[in-house]
Design a protein around this ligand. Sequence first.
Ligand code: NAD
Length: 438
Amino acid sequence: MKISVFGLGYVGAVSCACLPELGHEVFGVDINPLKVRLINSGQSPVVEEGINELIEAAVKAGKLKATDDVEAAVLNSEISLISVATPSNPNYTPNLTAVDAVVRSIGMAIQKKSTHHTVVMRSTVQPGTTEDRIVPILEQAAGRKVGDRLSLVFNPEFLREGSSVKDFHNPPQTVIGSVDETGYAVMEKMYAGLPGAFVRTSCRVAESVKYLCNVFHAMKIVFANEAGSVLKACGLDGREVMKIFCQDTQLNISPAYLRPGFAFGGSCLPKEVKGFLTLAREKDIAIPALGSLLDSNQAHIDQAFDLIARDGRRKVALFGLAFKPGTDDMRDSPLVVLAEKLLGKGFGLAIYDNFVKVSQLLGKNKEYIDHEIPHLDQLLCAKPDDALKDAELVVIGHADAAARQTIIAKCQGLRVIDLSGYADIRSAPGIKYEGICW
Ligand SMILES: NC(=O)c1ccc[n+]([C@@H]2O[C@H](COP(=O)([O-])OP(=O)(O)OC[C@H]3O[C@@H](n4cnc5c(N)ncnc54)[C@H](O)[C@@H]3O)[C@@H](O)[C@H]2O)c1
């Protein structure tokens, strides 16, 4: 394929170096004449392991040229990759001045060709940018609509500076958002031969994935550093602890706990977080990120309350009270906190939890609930139907399959707020469904 690459910085230069290896012919474009000259003389404009050799070989083989002539690059290619910088505005939104200018100039060149052209956004932008901002600019400049010999794709770049050539050849996955169907096929062809899953999704999702990856990586670093600082203050080697920690690929380094849903609770997580914060305080170690975990968790419970309260004060059927399904342990359950807040604000409440029977509660669990919701026995219903009898709104913390069947059958036309993400409830016809994070 013939590919033009706009922006010869870290991302663009790696594309220029690596795409010829996949058999493509590449035209690099930049407004900086020095970068153009460097590429044409077989040198890399950025420092990266292995990049100089690849650029030199591609230029020698006639597979890579650089230019400042946008029109020539577009007319000589079928795909244009946009990897110009998106630095932060003063309020930290990405500055799109360079992206807008490049899209406009590519569009104007496309107007001069009759064959199909695919424009690919690689710069990091906020969710919605490609569809809401780039589509109109491109369509206006190109004089044709996306879908009419024109494709528009968002393809996030996951490479890490320092190992970007290796990362290009071994991507964790290739994520493609496309405004039109043809865009996916074009990208599959362009990346043919690379390992890793090829994921087709919307531009908005692809844009979000890229953002979240960087935020998650930052969060991991902060976690390791804050944890390591406290451990060192305790006379321990933070690296040794984290090495063993990372060997748990079932619960720690895994998708566990990474599905958006309701707040954490139960007899362990809040207690251990509080204990670790106390340890850090005793050792005078500042851990601002870990120190905000409990506030963040409470904010999530408040968000659920706001969602419920949006329609005014109603009679609410709450499914699930224990901190997770299949147990009657209500200690530090976020659903108890939510129930208390609803009661305190004057909501009517009927609760169903298959595993919670007031008469069978014992010990600390009984003490806890006697203190938090002393009249729980009057609110608890024996059957899902009983909880739904007068309900004007249904909130699902968790519910077993039988309870969910009853909800689906009995809640036609009712607003159902799902804190857990049950696929059967979500797809049930006739329910006014809303998820807490979806
Ligand atoms: N650096 C990374 O590791 C990395 C990784 C993933 C994603 N990204 C994202 O990719 C984008 C590019 O990042 P980068 O680090 O390569 O940026 P960079 O600053 O190194 O390079 C951007 C290049 O674009 C050129 N440019 C600006 N306006 C232009 C125009 N109108 N026409 C042609 N060229 C133009 C600049 O001269 C510069 O050479 C950013 O959105 C960044 O957030 C970067």
